[in-house]
Ligand binder design. Sequence first.
Ligand code: KIV
Length: 282
Amino acid sequence: MDRVTLQQLQAMKERGEPITMLTAYDYPTALLIDQAGIDLILVGDSLGMVVHGFENTLPVTMDMMVLHCQAVRRGTRRALLVADMPFMSYQTGVTDALRNAARLLAEGGADAVKLEGGQRIAETVRALVETGIAVMGHIGLTPQSVSALGGFKVQGGTVEAARRLLDDARALQEAGAFSLVLEAVPARLAALITRSLTIPTIGIGAGGGCDGQVLVTHDVLGLYERLTPRFARRYAHLADVMRQAFAQFRQEVLTRAFPAAEHEFSISDDVWQALLKELGEE
Ligand code: KIV
């Protein structure tokens, strides 16, 4: 099966065909997302919160990203695989950014990396792109700056902030990013940014005017109950399904309804009789 390419994503924007992206952090989920025909799979640093239970994404390390990326790679055939560069893996300079991005590609098997930030990281993005690394940008609500932003809040609410987001988007495109995530940006502003760029925008909490949409898979599946962003839609309630399955397993073990005959392995009568004889238990 042919892998989705950057050129195909660009062509989708030009044709006005919506682009789809979901996060995955493990092999079985990646396999199912890929089978559903989703265009991009993101190994997001949101894994710090939804898989590892941290309060935010800041404790996520390169080693964690590489490990999750390897698992997702094994389940991904068609989708383009993007890996987040975690906090402080690129903010410390171009050399660190190049080394860490190379790890995500060479060890993790990612096709592209995603970095948070606008104009201030444009030179880093340029250096990565010039080295041959495909880069996706991420502006608006950038969770690695959650404290500086004053929490998980919508961005671009003043003329100055909106103008800055537009300038950030243009700077990233100019630096060679192949696409941008717009997170928690007012819908009209996200649509304006989308119209003023030639590269595709992928929105999350940024309205229907973006070229594509991304959600955190745990929100889609109803698996992360600690925080439910207003912009996410639940397509399933797997937490309820899992709780019910675990409780039923417990109940069936307690009542000896599990395991049943079909779950047991047999031993031949000959072997059994010989064993009993040897043990003196005939
Ligand atoms: O880490 C993540 O899952 C993300 C998405 C919210 C876009 O960056």
